[in-house]
Design a protein around this ligand. Structure first.
Ligand code: AMP
Ligand code: ZN
Length: 115
């Protein structure tokens, strides 16, 4: 999508601190980190949110959660201590960038419930 900031990051058109990339996914440091480790895992394909996944996205969704999340958690050193994955979805879910992204947060004790 032309005007989407995460599409632009995925295309390398605007700078980001990339920590992982493969054919279908890019992960980069959040600009406003909420924890010592805070990265965003973003499919290169523009999908608005998890509410907009299509049947054809099953492999991509599995790739993100089966391959990328655990690999990145290990790479970032938070597997043993634990971490949180967050998918803010829609306005009530607090989604501000309307291109699906998985927050991976760690390096501190998280609290519950979220605000
Ligand atoms: P959400 O509120 O779930 O939509 O999260 C959007 C996240 O994207 C926020 O944590 C922002 O800090 C982050 N963000 C926005 N623009 C950028 C950018 N250019 N590079 C890295 N992170 C960004
Ligand atoms: Zn996009």
């Amino acid at each position: 999508m032309t005007n989407c900031i995460f599409c632009k990051i995925a295309r390398g058109e605007i700078p980001s601190q990339i920590v992982y990339e493969d054919a279908s996914v890019v992960a980069f440091k959040d600009l406003s980190p909420q924890a010592p480790v805070h990265v965003l895992i973003v499919p290169k394909k523009h999908i608005q949110s998890v509410a907009h996944f299509q049947a054809e996205d099953k492999e991509l969704a599995a790739h993100i959660f089966v391959d990328v999340v655990p690999k990145l958690a290990a790479q970032l050193g938070v597997t043993d201590g634990g971490f949180r994955v967050v998918l803010n979805t829609g306005d009530d879910g607090g989604q501000t960038v309307h291109h699906l992204h998985v927050h991976l947060l760690g390096g501190r004790k998280m609290t519950w419930p979220p605000g």
